[in-house]
Design a protein around this ligand. Sequence first.
Ligand code: SF4
Length: 357
Amino acid sequence: MVNRISTSEREVMRRLARLGIRPQRGDILYFLTTREPGEVEALYAEADRVRRECVGDEIHLRAIIEFSNHCRRDCRYCGIRRNFPGVTRYRMSVGEVVDAAAAAVDLGYRTLVLQSGEDGWFTRDRICRMVAGIKALGDVAVTLAVGERPVDEYRAFFNAGADRYLLKHETSDAELYARLNPGMNLETRIKCLRALKDVGFQTGSGIMIGLPGQTLESLAGDIMLFHELDMDMIGCGPYIPVAGCPTEWSERKREELSFRVLALNRVVTRDTHLPSTTALSTLNENDARALALQRGANVIMPNLTPERYRRFYEIYPSKKRIEVDTRAFRAELESLSFQLGRSISMGRGDRAGWTNA
Ligand code: SF4
């Protein structure tokens, strides 16, 4: 019996192939908007194939330590923004951060992600001491996510040993960006991302899906921008509304589009590290992680912030219910990777070809 491929199937395959060679906004929009379940499944299958071919079967674990929830910014969508009411503020000391990192290293983590609001109390010197203290623990990669800083501070952090830097741009729609991030602009954000790459960091960005006023066209623009900037890590998850900043998109739509954006990022950017985000698991606690790992993701970022601080870093509601017991969660991830025929990486999980020279 001859298996015939229909004209429309051939068209979908042609579009998917083109996305991996010369991505075009029209092809991205096509997969963001199609209502054909078969076409969406073809996208997911291609993302899984590209993931296997370009980054392999290993799942990289990055331990996050949220060391300060003070922030000078007032991003409308954020539950720890400067003027958000009722937030209990905390800062960990440099020593506490290094101790938390040592505990994560003992559990087998080889990448630590140090995340905070834009907190001026953490000066260049304090962050450099924190990075140096962690690098002294052994061959571990340090990722910083501490917001927009002057380029000379980026250089100092890199020289202190930091390997990676995360700075999400959240939306590539400049007008929407300015509306949601008072006092900030997209141009500066992108300049920072380019500067971080120039300094030598493996650099990550990301977006939220379902922000108020966001469009599918702007999501397509986000994926094109990730490609243009050659991001080494891309974190995309659904927007989970905080008080005073509602979304027009249903939970179902935000979840569905988050999977499509993840898969498109994999097909377009090929060997970039893509996490299954905590926000996605917050919307769908049961299946999201496994589905994301089969739709392009190759990274999971467990939260190893000490228990006594963790509940205060609530950038969106209900985030705290995830990953309460760090040892149990690690065992759960190992079991999941086994079920999927994957393995947990024992390495640092650098992007292929990168060296901290
Ligand atoms: S999103 Fe980041 S920079 Fe904006 S208010 Fe929240 S912690 Fe601060």
